[in-house]
Write a new protein. Structure first.
Length: 311
């Protein structure tokens, strides 16, 4: 299948009559049968990004651009304030971060992790950018209450790496409305971050979100990347049992016990990467990553699934 004929939302095959995405997939992004367009190129987006505060923490190089969808749902426009979409263009220092994040979020969804709708979006210069719809906004644009784990721990943003996986579970116990449910969701997410080589999952990349009824729960996952594809052997940002590298199946069993999860549940979660390995490799093969990155990502998934499968 030709790369240009894959859906920019789900990576599924497109027919000759379809555009850049399936109509059903495009509606998840902007509510219309086609993906919205943005009349900007990479250079102008980088310039626009300088006026906006948000930056990802992968060495501060992946800019986050706030966008607003036009009333006719066909065009995305720059929004200096809090827009309903976030766009991340290509970064000069690290290649193919948009394709990396898109594939990793799709893989997270395949693993039962809640994520926000996202897609790849071509810019006018032909480069691909990553686009996601904000989950902390209601349909009418109002902001929902969201606090990241750095805030909940009473730490300054610059202290986002001064935590641990265990601290995250303590915050869940203290602030989540249903801590037992969210402890399992958090455990699955932390395990996924390790399996996919995400060394930048720090305290600001986990949040609690309040709904209209005031129920506080773990937010959908965001800022998911395989940092090991661009920074080989990148260690975990948040240690597990005091370790940021060299984790074993026992490391994750002990963390599950700390989280208060039953042993049978922990064993089931540790088996999921093994069970889903073939599907995960197939998803990466369909992604828009270059071949050498696909190979490296698949190799990483195999190696870490094997670690989890050892007694």
């Amino acid at each position: 299948m030709n790369q240009e004929r894959r859906c920019l939302v789900c990576l599924g095959e497109l027919s000759e009559q379809e555009g850049s995405a399936h109509a059903r997939c495009a509606r998840k992004i902007g509510g219309a049968p086609g993906l919205p367009e943005i009349d900007l190129d990479l250079a102008r987006l980088h310039t626009a990004g300088l006026a906006m505060v948000g930056r990802s923490s992968l060495s501060g190089v992946q800019r986050k651009i706030s966008l607003h969808l036009s009333t006719h749902r066909s065009t995305l426009r720059l929004e200096v304030g809090a827009g309903s979409y976030i766009l991340k263009p290509q970064a000069q220092a690290f290649p193919h971060l948009p394709e990396n994040e898109h594939a990793t979020l799709l893989l997270a969804a395949e693993c039962g992790i809640e994520v926000a709708p996202s897609c790849l979006l071509p810019l006018t210069d032909g480069t691909l950018a990553f686009l996601t719809r904000r989950f902390d906004r209601t349909n009418d644009g109002a902001k929902r209450r969201q606090e990241d784990f750095c805030q909940l721990a009473g730490l300054a943003p610059k202290q986002k790496y001064e935590g641990s996986a265990e601290l995250c579970f303590r915050l869940i116990r203290r602030f989540a409305t249903e801590p037992g449910i969210d402890a399992l969701r958090l455990y699955r997410l932390l395990l996924f971050c390790w399996w996919t080589g995400n060394g930048d999952a720090h305290l600001k990349n986990f949040s609690l979100l309040a709904d209209a009824e005031g129920i506080v729960r773990l937010s959908p996952a965001y800022d998911l990347l395989s940092t090991c594809l661009v920074i080989p052997d990148d260690p975990l940002a948040l240690p597990v049992g005091g370790k940021q590298a060299g984790l074993t199946r026992r490391s994750w069993m002990d963390l599950g016990s700390y989280a208060g999860l039953p042993p049978k549940v922990v064993a089931r979660e540790l088996g999921l990467p093994v069970l889903r390995l073939a599907a995960a490799e197939a998803l990466i093969a369909r992604s828009f990553l270059p071949d050498e990155m696909k190979d490296a990502y698949q190799r990483l998934l195999r190696e870490r699934a094997q670690i989890l499968g050892r007694d």
